[in-house]
Design a protein around this ligand. Structure first.
Ligand SMILES: Cc1cc2nc3c(=O)[nH]c(=O)nc-3n(C[C@H](O)[C@H](O)[C@H](O)COP(=O)(O)OP(=O)(O)OC[C@H]3O[C@@H](n4cnc5c(N)ncnc54)[C@H](O)[C@@H]3O)c2cc1C
Length: 328
């Protein structure tokens, strides 16, 4: 049987996981991307598995579950940049066990006396966290080792590639807006990178304020402090007050943050949509889309890639291996 020829557009976390998944399924895959992994929005992410600002949703849950399982497997390989870390999440309203927590291992509710009194409850669990730069490099290497090809180029229209491929998968993140999706918008995010320090171990989140999500994420090479969520704001200026505010909020979740040495302040833009678009194009059914993951691009990545595989009709592969079964 001839192998399906696939072009994946984009080399962020969505493009790379899709390209690896399709390569593992036996497809002949090339990535065409305007910018390499290190220049993408994905490279700026805290890259913790967590359903940021997400209402309960069964499709989301299944994709997040597949991703959790895959990243858990990858964490066994030190080169992947993925580690399992303890996440403590604080809630200002007690709505019981978080709807997505069933995906995670080691779930426990903290005793009321052990949490700051302004919170109604807190849960602790183990979640995968990636050092984004190392992880994206690792995925690219895996893709190339599987025989994939990488071409650096900006594409004007996904359908224009159909002469050279059986299917084209658009994983262009916010770049997909230029292909006519008016439902896609930006949410600006400011994050700080601090030097690692023994005073901060594990990850801490309070995302009850949708405009001021607060998170401390321990990674291999740094500690990420966040953040902000500013819809439609495109300014790239970061004020001293915003940095102080992030450090203050993070210190409220984990004492020790105030003493950290902040080495960098960064701005990124989340590709927002009501829901990620993982679907066939209406006009060109051989064009598939996988973009618009908002604050959950890492959290959804392997699950969405599996769904793309199904949409591509690669017979039996998602069941046989999917990415979860075939990884090193
Ligand atoms: C500060 C910050 C923190 C975050 N933290 C987390 C987190 O902890 N956990 C989590 O799950 N998510 C997090 N997110 C969200 C996550 O980063 C995004 O959802 C994810 O990076 C989107 O990945 P993507 O591959 O779809 O797009 P991108 O990473 O933007 O990649 C798009 C790719 O498409 C290419 N491209 C664009 N246009 C074209 C074109 N015309 N032709 C060819 N190529 C093109 C680009 O060059 C790039 O290679 C965070 C986001 C930000 C900004």
């Amino acid at each position: 049987m001839t192998r399906q020829r696939i072009i994946v557009m984009g080399a962020g976390v969505s493009g790379l996981t899709t390209a690896v998944t399709m390569s593992l399924a036996g497809c002949d895959v090339a990535i065409h991307a305007a910018e390499g992994p290190a220049q993408t929005t994905s490279a700026l992410a805290a890259a913790i598995w967590h359903p940021f600002y997400q209402a309960p949703d069964l499709v989301y849950l299944e994709r997040a579950r597949v991703t959790y399982a895959t990243m858990l497997r990858l964490s066994a390989d030190a080169a992947s940049g993925v580690r399992m870390r303890t996440l403590t999440e604080y809630f200002q309203r007690d709505a019981g066990v978080p709807w997505w927590a069933e995906c995670a291992t080691g779930l426990e509710r903290l005793a009321q006396g052990d949490i700051p009194p302004r919170f109604a409850c807190a849960y602790r669990m183990n979640v995968p966290v990636a050092d984004a730069a190392s992880y994206l490099r690792y995925l690219m290497n895996m893709f190339l080792e599987l025989g994939g090809r990488y071409v650096q180029r900006r594409v004007g229209d996904p359908a224009s590639l159909l002469d050279n491929a059986d299917r084209v998968v658009n994983c262009c993140g916010y770049g997909s807006r230029q292909f006519g999706d008016d439902d896609l918008s930006l949410s600006r995010a400011i994050v700080l990178r601090a030097k690692r320090d023994d005073a901060v171990r594990g990850c801490f989140i309070d995302d009850s304020d949708p405009q001021a999500p607060t998170y401390v994420v321990e990674r291999d090479n740094d500690i990420v402090l966040g953040g902000t969520a500013d819809p439609d704001l495109t300014s790239t200026v970061i004020g001293e007050r915003q940095i102080e505010d992030i450090v203050r909020r993070c210190n409220g979740l984990c004492e020790g943050v105030a003493a950290l040495q902040v080495i960098e302040a960064r701005i990124g833009f989340r590709p927002m949509r009501r829901a990620a678009r993982v679907a066939r194009d209406e006009r060109h059914p051989r064009v598939l889309h996988n973009y618009g993951h908002g604050g959950g691009g890492f959290t959804l990545s392997w699950g969405c890639a599996n769904d793309v595989l199904r949409l591509a009709g690669v017979a039996g592969v998602a069941g046989r291996a999917g990415v979860t079964g075939a990884h090193p």
